[in-house]
Design a protein around this ligand. Sequence first.
Ligand SMILES: *[C@@H]1O[C@H](CO)[C@@H](O)[C@H](O)[C@H]1NC(C)=O
Ligand SMILES: *[C@@H]1O[C@H](CO)[C@@H](O)[C@H](O)[C@H]1NC(C)=O
Ligand SMILES: *[C@@H]1O[C@H](CO)[C@@H](O)[C@H](O)[C@H]1NC(C)=O
Ligand SMILES: *[C@@H]1O[C@H](CO)[C@@H](O)[C@H](O)[C@H]1NC(C)=O
Ligand SMILES: [Ca+2]
Length: 439
Amino acid sequence: MKLIYMILFKAALLICVKGSAVTEDSTESVGEEKLIEACPIKLKSSGKCDGEECPYQISLPPMTLQLPKHFRLIEKTLKEVQNLKEVVNKMKKSCQDCKLQADDNQERDSNEFLPPGTDSPTDQGKIQDNKVKELQSKVSKLSVSLKNAKNEIRSLQGRLEQMNLINMNNVENYVDNRIANLTFAVNVLGDKCSSNCPATQPNPVIQLLQGDCSNYFAAGKRHNGIYKITPDPRNESFDAYCDMESMGGGWTVIQMRQDGSTNFNRTWNEYKNGFGNLSREFWLGNDKIHLLTKSKDMQLRIELEDFNGIREYAKYEQFYVANEFLKYRLSIGSYSGTAGDALHFNKYYNHDQKFFTTPDKDNDRYPSGNCGAYYSSGWWFDACLAANLNGKYYHKKYKGVRNGIFWGTWPGASEDNINSYRLPFKKVKMMIKPKSFLP
Ligand SMILES: *[C@@H]1O[C@H](CO)[C@@H](O)[C@H](O)[C@H]1NC(C)=O
Ligand SMILES: *[C@@H]1O[C@H](CO)[C@@H](O)[C@H](O)[C@H]1NC(C)=O
Ligand SMILES: *[C@@H]1O[C@H](CO)[C@@H](O)[C@H](O)[C@H]1NC(C)=O
Ligand SMILES: *[C@@H]1O[C@H](CO)[C@@H](O)[C@H](O)[C@H]1NC(C)=O
Ligand SMILES: [Ca+2]
């Protein structure tokens, strides 16, 4: 029930924000604080709450609502809930199998897989069993709520008038959150279940909607490598390289340089979709970076190493890349680290809030040319740069145009001029992790 009224209430809020621009990107849309007091829609509670479910009354003015697109979304969400249900069922079954196995093991007195101090496998099994049941009932509750919501919206259609725009993003986000929450619970449970009898279940029972590498880390993965992630359930999953070993682990790597095996002088479309080899050198892709940074508040960590073996890092607590429509504009801030804040070098060289430029698409602030073409790189150029981590990979110091990998606050970088040798970098890694993540 709660969900229905969440949906209606959110819709109501948006109805009240009259004439506000609604863009594709949620961060660009107008916040709810602009809610005008004279809202004609009233939501009030009526009667006593029964556990989580509270009766509410909503009074609406006469209006029409056109919802073909949003119906599809709800349909899709229902499908997702259905999938989740199936996963829970599957898990329940494997938990039962697991329990039987554990019982067998106990008879044979082979308990060595259980950490000391835990309950006997039978008790564990029962607890897991109950948890699964609990979860199952939660899922069916959610699914009933969603079905009701659908009917409710359908029945409202005739009553709503003079309205042709409704932003369903809030509804989607809410439902996504709920599903993410459930997914998390399912995963935790899956892990517990499989740790009960590791001999027969080396892998977790399910791997469902891991948003980024930190989710895999939370699920117990501790090895660097390629993992499938799903930052937004409405988009396809894709492979990403996860750094599970350095700096607390759980990092989703978005860029890596280490041997010059991949050319970074690429087109807009290549930077959009990503290129290179995930286990060597690559750019993950601007669409993917957008999805990742949109789904959660991310921190960025940049690790640099030169050919003298000097290693430094730059960390930014704020990192967001907008969508293609907004030319993948960079939002970067709250620096800490040892490499210096080259992305915000000074007033004249500042990469924050700059658009992405590639040799074939000039969105930079340099009026008489394309910084991307000049430096053979795709980057958030200003006019032009104090940092460029997608520059050419030089194996040794070089002269001429400074089109190599560059970090302007690196020791000695400011002294280099057109006549002197320029310092190349040996390794670069750009990686992100949710701000809220605690290892
Ligand atoms: C999941 O929901 C519970 C309450 O239902 C809440 O306490 C918890 O913080 C939520 N977890 C996440 C990750 O949102
Ligand atoms: C970068 O690529 C463009 C064509 O895509 C080419 O014209 C240019 O010469 C290349 N630059 C370098 C330094 O290789
Ligand atoms: C990527 O690099 C790895 C490691 O060097 C190599 O084994 C693999 O074949 C490469 N993959 C592709 C598609 O080139
Ligand atoms: C996610 O979906 C949107 C809308 O369909 C699409 O424009 C975007 O390219 C997708 N992103 C990725 C990383 O596939
Ligand atoms: Ca230009």
